[in-house]
Design a protein. Structure first.
Lengths: 245, 448
């Protein structure tokens, strides 16, 4: 059984009298441990799909089943508790709390879970070291570069070892070199802990890091394919597949 | 989420915006100070008023008069005294029995006492609030042959061997010394003997002792300053002898004494009204207590306190608005942060609690600092009020209560004000906290 099952999800926004269809009936199945990139231009509905899967928005129609439980009708509190246990999140603009140090930021999801301070700090230290920031633990976000901040953000998403990690344009504010670094770290951690990673991006380069590529256009899935494991030169491979499709 | 962690986060947020937090706390502080100082002045006035009433007479005392008793009216006898004693909140009760003037002679050698003599329940004296200059109150085995004087009443002894200049004056002599009275009751021999109408001594003298010297006090009833106290039991015995000596016929049906007065001491001021009503219900309508003076005064004092407290409350309301404003500003600034917390799995209830805590902490800090400043302000007020009567404030507020502090902060006011300040803080936090709770987790995703 799939870890995430999206069944016929539609999302329609109403702006004044106009109806805008963001998602026009999307069905997907994402397996456990999959690293999945959702590619689309701005306005394609890719972020809406991610928000619906993470419980930040409700679908107008359709159903979402995660790990066997139907989460479509979850209340806000149920979602909060569900996210505590099962979901990590990486944001485009990092969204670190400015008053807290890197270490405290990473420990934040554990605070919400009610984990004790000693255990919390131990886990957060381990995760910060894993993203290569072992020397910057007591820095505040403003004292770090964008790449470093995003690595703190990644450590925060992984710290509670959730089943699923959603990343919404995680490299959107970074240059291409740092983007590759950040993606490498994220994919590496997901593989190491056998966690499911779902990355939303508009950057075809970034999308190549995953095992699977889903392209969304005008609220519909236009392309969905598993990529062969590719250490390098994956772009050519992908072109091939696309041609076949 | 653990409470400790929530508190730490709230505190961190407060410390992040130091200036704004300080200004908001200052608002609460001023409000707390205003309330505490105003109420403390009200309390001080009440206390001063009670003390000046106390100088006029004990405010917990009720007098029963029985002079113009009708034939069918309730008798103020031993049975009536017992039923009064059994009422709730009665500390002590004693009948007052006036011995007929010149009914007996109290003497110590050639010196004789010609002041007033009252028969009372001597065992009740201490509870009635009488105080001693020397010695100890008599115990139950002693009261039967005890007589108590005050230093002032001892000057009522005169020398029977002299026709004139037979008294000691209690005024200072040429050298400014007050001469001692003839008799020292604690060491000298004392006895009492009944007199006939012709002034002849009758029967065998009864030996008396004095265990103590009462403090002279005009304000008490019966007063100690010009009278001697004996026990009711001795008074009864002397009356019987007097009746025999003068061949007074008494009604055999009515052997017990019918007292002219009784005095009741209530446990505290608040029971006086209730007890007086109960005594009226028993049939003794002629009573007196300071209650008819104290009642209206207290009402007035309550009004003053209400007005003073109201003035203070207005400034605390302004402070509450300050807290609301600060919190809403802070939530507006932290919208994104709150969204992020929600995405990371923070339960809505925890967010609400954190904001309420933040507001409560502002209240707590304001309350505590305000209390410290209130104590200082109270000390300053009392200092200026007590120094010199030319002071306007002291003259204005302290006129009826010289010597007592104008501003009094009892522990309950101190504790209450801090609790109140925290309460106001938390209450002010409700509206902003509700706003914070409604912030959508989506705001975290949206790009600026």
């Amino acid at each position: 059984m799939s870890l995430i099952s999206v069944q016929g999800v539609r999302k329609v926004y109403r702006v004044d009298r106009e109806r805008i269809v963001a998602l026009g009936g999307v069905s997907l199945a994402i397996e456990e441990g999959e690293i999945c990139c959702i590619l689309g231009t701005s306005g394609s509905g890719k972020s809406t799909l991610l928000n619906i899967m993470a419980g930040l928005e409700k679908p107008s129609r359709g159903k979402i089943v995660i790990a066997g439980s139907d989460v479509t009708g979850f209340s806000e509190k149920q979602w909060a508790l569900f996210r505590q246990k099962n979901i990590g999140f990486v944001f485009q603009s990092y969204n670190l709390l400015p008053t807290l140090t890197a270490l405290e930021n990473v420990a934040m999801p554990l605070v919400f879970r009610g984990t004790g301070k000693g255990k919390r700090m131990q886990e957060a230290t381990k995760m910060l070291k894993a993203v290569g920031l072992g020397t910057r633990m007591s820095h505040k976000p403003t004292q770090m570069s964008g790449g470093q901040q995003q690595r703190v953000g990644i450590a925060r998403a992984f710290v509670s070892h959730p089943k699923i990690i959603f990343a919404d344009e995680p490299t959107g504010n970074l240059d291409s070199k740092t983007s590759r670094e950040v993606m490498g770290i994220m994919v590496g951690l997901a593989r190491r802990y056998h966690e499911t990673l779902i990355v939303v991006t508009h950057d075809r380069e970034i999308a190549r890091f995953g095992d699977r590529l889903i392209e969304i256009h005008d609220g519909l899935v236009r392309y969905d394919s598993r990529l062969a494991p590719q250490p390098a030169g994956g772009a050519a491979n992908e072109e091939e597949r696309k041609a076949q499709a | 989420m653990k409470i400790k962690d929530m508190m730490a986060m709230s505190l961190k947020n407060l410390l992040k915006r130091k200036v704004r937090t300080c200004l908001t706390v200052a608002g609460v502080l001023i409000g707390t100070c205003a309330i505490v100082v105003m109420l403390s002045i009200g309390l001080g006035l009440t206390e001063g008023m009670n003390q000046s009433l106390q100088q006029m007479g004990d405010i917990t005392m009720i007098q029963i008069y029985n002079y113009n008793q009708s034939a069918e009216g309730t008798k103020l006898d031993d049975a009536a005294i017992e039923s009064i004693r059994s009422l709730e909140h009665v500390t002590a009760v004693t009948p007052i029995y006036d011995l007929p003037w010149g009914a007996c002679a109290i003497s110590s050698g050639k010196y004789r006492y010609d002041g007033m003599v009252y028969g009372l329940d001597l065992t009740a004296l201490e509870k009635m609030g009488y105080t001693l200059d020397d010695g100890a109150f008599p115990d139950e085995s002693q009261v039967g042959n005890t007589i108590l004087f005050s230093r002032e009443s001892l000057y009522s002894f005169y020398n029977t061997k002299k026709k004139s200049n037979n008294r000691v004056n209690q005024y200072p002599d040429a050298n400014g010394n007050i001469p001692d009275p003839y008799v020292d009751p604690l060491s000298d021999k004392l006895e009492v003997q009944v007199l006939t109408n012709e002034g002849e001594l009758y029967g065998r003298p009864i030996r008396l002792q004095s265990t103590a010297l009462l403090t002279s006090d005009y304000s008490r009833n019966p007063p100690t300053s010009y009278s001697a106290f004996i026990d009711i039991s001795l008074a009864k015995e002397l009356t019987e002898q007097y009746n025999k000596a003068n061949k007074v016929r008494t009604d055999p049906q009515n052997k017990g004494l019918n007292y002219s007065q009784a005095v009741i001491k209530a446990e505290s001021v608040e029971y006086v009204q209730e007890l007086e009503t109960a005594i009226h219900d028993m049939g003794f309508t002629d009573t007196y207590s300071m209650e008819n003076v104290r009642g209206p005064v207290e009402e007035m004092m309550n009004m003053i306190q209400l007005v003073l407290g109201g003035i203070g409350a207005v400034s605390l309301i302004v402070a509450a608005l300050g807290i609301i404003n600060t919190m809403i500003m802070s939530i507006y600034e932290r919208t994104r942060e709150i969204g992020v917390m929600k995405v990371l799995g923070c339960v809505v209830g925890n967010i609400r609690v954190m904001f309420l805590m933040e507001a409560g902490m502002i209240g707590l800090m304001g309350g505590l600092v305000g209390l410290v400043i209130s104590y200082a302000a109270s000390a300053v007020i009392n200092y200026f009020a007590s120094s010199g009567d030319g002071n306007v404030l002291g003259g204005m507020l302290g006129m009826m209560s010289t010597g007592t502090p104008i501003s009094v902060i009892p522990p309950w006011l101190a504790a209450g004000s801090v609790v109140f300040a925290v309460g106001v803080g938390v209450l002010s936090g409700i509206l902003p906290a509700n706003r914070a709770v409604k912030i959508s987790a989506l705001t975290a995703i949206k790009q600026e």
